[in-house]
Write a protein that binds this ligand. Sequence first.
Ligand SMILES: [Zn+2]
Length: 419
Amino acid sequence: MADGFDAWEHEDAEARRARKFSRMRAMLEDGYRASSRMRRILDETGLKPADFSLAADLERLPVISRETLIQWELSEPPYGGLVDPAAPVDRIFISPGPVYEPHLSETDALWARAYHAAGIGKADRVLNAFSYHLVAAGLTFHGGLRRVGATVVPSGTAGAQSQVELIRDLGITAYTGTPSFLMAIIRKAEEMGYDWRKDFRLKRACFAAEPLWPSLRETFTRDYGLDTYQMYGATEVGDVAYECREKSGWHVCEEVLVEICDPENGRRLPAGELGQVVVTRFNDIFFLMRFGTGDLSRLIEMPCPCGRTAYRLDGIAGRVGEAVKVRGMFVAPSQIQRLAQRFSGKSFRVHVRREGDRDLLVVRVEGAPGTPVDGWAGDEEFKRGFREICTVGVDRLEWVPQGTLAATDRPLVDEREWR
Ligand SMILES: [Zn+2]
């Protein structure tokens, strides 16, 4: 890590690519020396760490799922041969599985970029409502908050009433934890007779570990005057991406290599296509390389008005396994739900069929063609919106009578038969 926790955030694409690849090569070299598992993998693939340079080399390494990690740890406890046995480990965390993870170092700055981007700093007194017990969350978020200079109140999993009392007594200015727990705290405060906006100074919230649904975000903003931020990571690899003030995608952290890969074969996909988020955290203790998070997302290449140059993740579209592959591209049910929010006046369902050698994407829409309703400005606009959100294009719109598509039905139906 460079000196500042915001280092490299304005680097150009070529310099960033070169820096990350050379960091990756160093990790492969260290891994070959220190991790029995990495040595085996590299020997099997014939990849020499010193020769590593291209994206194509990366694809020779397997994507490691959480299930694989658990198997490795069971067969070779505690770390599945991924950790240097001589490494100075200051803490060991446990996550369900169980998976044992070494804390990487006392000086790392996990999550500091995210808190900095959310405007949290020295003047803040932050309630950290992530659990400190066994799991990595509490202490890791704590470290990030300290790194930006904030004062941390380690409230962890204390009950909602205690959290309200801390917010009141200590003049808490920001919250970090899950969105659902913050809502429970707010409800408790109201039950105790407080007026959230008038009685408290808490104005910012940084969330992780749970999706922040747009309607909940709106409630936080509109009803409680909260400025909310999303942070994304995984317990195995730490922070991966974070939201800036633009709130339009999550910037990829500088200390990780993030790839969007085809869940079936681990191949890297171009920006804009949906695939599995695969992460390598640069470090010299835990040689977990190309960890498959099981989450689906896509990369946004477009420059962000905030000035940070790192690509952004376009939220999480769901889990690997829910997605359907159409003409080589993945489409997830959550993308169809996003589409449904945009075109809220119509009920529709997406069908994937096979016609000859080609996948056909048919959208069945309730109603009669050409009848304007709220949120439906026309077929062409719908098709444009579909391409924007799902990357692939619609082949045909089919109009069906009102009431044909039950609201509870699956939004995405794969009708292809695989033989
Ligand atoms: Zn930005």
